[in-house]
Write a protein that binds this ligand. Structure first.
Ligand code: ZN
Length: 414
């Protein structure tokens, strides 16, 4: 008997790999994987997923925003609804796991719950959200935000590159399945690849997410004075680039002193780059994330003040714009505790992680208790065709989700 004949291997459901591979071929822009909100590829992916939901014994619904919902009704119309899901849309040239992994795991877990004959105290909805990445409208969580509150006027007014607004796109969408019944959400659980290196480094398949980091995105505009690289003495320069360079290192140095905080300069542009011209203008971005809003806000204030001080000392002008300040989402300690307890039955211990990336759980957290299960991914890689999580790790996540969904009771978290 060779390594690959070990009994443990036999318990990995072959549908995990085959479903994810099949979904990975459904794209708007071949040869890579790209699926955006209400696109033809997203519609095809939903048809496929709807078939799997149906085969798993779930009643399939679709809302006006294109969220696909597989529902296991508990028979009590007054009961609350526990939701479990992730997203089917992707970034451009994406991998097969970010989003679809949580949808596939949710369906397989629900199938297990149904087959067990367990009597649930609530309805169960496995949701494949139609938009998390926000590629089409340059926003985030359109699908899950519609699922929880049907979107506000401001969000409906966002337009895509063709000038079509969110509101018009949703109005024009023709659902293939009946709308879901009205629901009262009592919890949400999402399985997702970690998109980071921690679980792999610790040699563990699963971890529980305690919070999803809030983020501040700033744009720093630095104005100096363009000048001739040969004729302007070093002491008479107002070089915007050297000022910006000092700030880039400042961001790194200050961020390293705050536990759990990450800050990144990901974009830097010179207004008129030329090899023989002193830089007259530079703009760069700063992305700041932390699980605690107060920590992130205090760090941002101190960083921006220091940036202004340093640039003024160089006789440079500075303007700081904040296009995005999204608060952190806390996962519910009780749900996280229940989930971690189950994980600990399957592996030696359960790491508690903060998600540095945003997730549909952020939108759900506005209306209900949420928790997330992270699955180890290779090299911490995501938003890339080489993104990978093993079928064995995902199978373990299905086991944990199935136990969580079966054991869930509203009393346990109320
Ligand atoms: Zn995702």
């Amino acid at each position: 008997m060779g390594l690959f004949d070990l009994p443990g291997k036999l318990s990995v459901d072959p549908r995990i790999s085959s479903w994810l591979a099949e979904l990975g071929t459904i794209t708007d822009e071949p040869p890579g994987l790209t699926r955006t909100f209400l696109s033809p590829a997203l519609e095809r992916a939903k048809q496929l997923v709807a078939g799997w939901m149906h085969d798993a014994g779930l009643r399939v619904h679709e809302d006006q925003a294109g969220n696909l919902i597989g529902r296991l009704d508990c028979g009590n119309a007054a009961a609350g609804t526990l939701a479990c899901g992730s997203h089917l849309d992707s970034v451009r040239n994406a991998g097969n796991f970010d989003g679809p992994m949580g949808v596939v795991a949710g369906i397989l877990a629900a199938e297990r719950v149904r087959a067990s004959g367990a009597v649930l105290p609530c309805h169960l909805e496995i949701v494949a959200f139609a938009d998390e990445e926000g590629v089409r409208f340059q926003t985030t969580y359109l699908g899950s935000r519609y699922y929880v509150d049907h979107l506000g006027e401001a969000e409906r007014a966002f337009a895509d590159a063709a000038g079509i607004t969110v509101g018009a796109a949703i109005a024009a969408h023709v659902p293939n399945f009946p709308p879901p019944p009205a629901r009262h959400l009592i919890g949400y659980v999402e399985a997702h690849i970690e998109q980071g290196p921690i679980l792999e480094a610790e040699g563990l398949a699963l971890g529980v997410v305690t919070a999803i980091a809030g983020q501040t995105r700033a744009r720093i505009l630095v104005a100096g004075k363009a000048g001739h690289a040969g004729t302007t003495p070093m002491g008479m320069r107002r070089d915007a680039l050297t000022g910006a360079a000092e700030c880039v290192l400042l961001v790194e140095n200050m961020a390293r002193r705050v536990d759990g905080l990450v800050a990144t300069v990901g974009q830097l542009e010179m207004s008129t780059p030329a090899s023989n011209v002193i830089s007259g203008g530079v703009q760069f971005t700063i992305d700041i994330r932390h699980a605690e809003n107060a920590t992130r806000q205090r760090f941002s204030r101190e960083l921006f003040a220091e940036i202004e001080k340093r640039l003024h000392a160089r006789d440079l002008e500075v303007r700081i714009e904040i296009p995005l300040a999204a608060p952190a989402a806390k996962c519910a300690p009780k749900l996280c505790g229940q989930l971690a307890e189950i994980v600990e039955r399957h592996q030696v211990r359960c790491p508690r992680l903060v998600s540095g990336a945003g997730h549909d759980a952020v939108a759900l957290a506005e209306v209900t208790d949420v928790t997330m299960l992270f699955v180890r991914c290779r090299d911490g890689l995501s938003h890339h065709p080489d993104e990978f999580a093993s079928a064995e790790d995902i199978a373990l996540a299905v086991d944990v989700l199935a136990e969580f969904l079966t054991g869930f009771s509203s009393a346990a978290h109320g």
